[in-house]
Design a protein around this ligand. Structure first.
Ligand SMILES: CC(C)(COP(=O)(O)OP(=O)(O)OC[C@H]1O[C@@H](n2cnc3c(N)ncnc32)[C@H](O)[C@@H]1OP(=O)(O)O)[C@@H](O)C(=O)NCCC(=O)NCCS
Length: 222
């Protein structure tokens, strides 16, 4: 059986493209045949013997049919969603790339073109929309809903039934309590604990521990 031909959009080998390319070393049925990237200096170069063609928006319509699947390695959520729509309109297909060490519940829905990194967990009943990035060791708990082109950074964790809006970003090591709703295009900084709903287009940073009005541990043991 011939290998499926993959084109990666975004060629930052020291960024998301490097993380994604690494996963393909575990996937023998696929061959990365091209990178597309709008950075002028990248055009015409090669990355690990794979040619960097140029800006994806300049792709010839007939080239789309030569590629079995596209995957977008771009951390900018808005850019990722725009490119997804552009390629879809030209008839292209997207591959969801899942690291073999990730755990995805059979009852979870994973949208087209997502990335699920090493040691990530997607629990039962979760709904992951198209072109989401779930980076290394992110834990998406049961019955979460992740909006289009949202992004979960390494080692972030959500509780059950969390909703993350379209284009939202949850930073490295953040914790989102159960039932929280994070609005569209919200940005959760690295290491932040989210204990209240987050309005759309809002940036949240930090959480300082404080003495609670109740002593929870004493209450549950008395
Ligand atoms: C929120 C963020 C974008 C802030 O960027 P910025 O606006 O450029 O902020 P600065 O770096 O200028 O820092 C401003 C202040 O906020 C503090 N700060 C920045 N990020 C913070 C964070 N995550 N938690 C607590 N404080 C933070 C800085 O120490 C600095 O404090 P100071 O004013 O006392 O010196 C960034 O720090 C962040 O958390 N990015 C997410 C990174 C991530 O998860 N990447 C995933 C890659 S896979």
């Amino acid at each position: 059986m011939s290998k499926k031909k993959i084109a990666l959009i975004g060629a930052r080998i020291d960024g998301q493209a490097g993380v994604v390319l690494d996963v393909f070393s575990y996937l023998p049925d696929y061959e990365v045949v091209a990178f597309y990237d709008s950075t002028p200096e990248f055009k015409g170069t090669q990355i690990r013997n794979i040619p960097v063609i140029g800006n994806i928006y300049d792709i010839a319509r007939e080239k789309i049919a030569e590629i079995d699947f596209f995957h977008i390695c771009i951390g900018d959520n808005k850019a990722r969603l725009e490119i997804f729509h552009f390629i879809k309109e030209l008839g292209g297909n997207f591959l969801t790339v899942i690291h073999p060490s990730a755990t995805v519940s059979p009852s979870a829905h994973i949208g087209e073109g997502c990335f699920i990194g090493a040691k990530s967990v997607v629990q039962n009943g979760a709904y992951i929309s198209e072109v989401c990035i779930l980076n290394t060791a992110s834990i998406i708990e049961h019955d979460n809903v992740l909006g289009k082109a949202s992004q979960m950074a390494p080692n972030c964790t959500t509780g059950g039934r969390v909703k993350v809006g379209d284009l939202a970003f949850v930073g490295i090591g953040s914790t989102v309590l159960p039932d929280i709703i994070i609005g569209n295009s919200a940005f959760i900084a690295a290491g932040t604990t989210i204990s209240k709903d987050v309005p759309e287009n809002t940036t949240m940073i930090g959480y300082s521990a404080k003495v609670h009005r109740k002593n929870i541990y004493q209450d549950i043991n008395s």
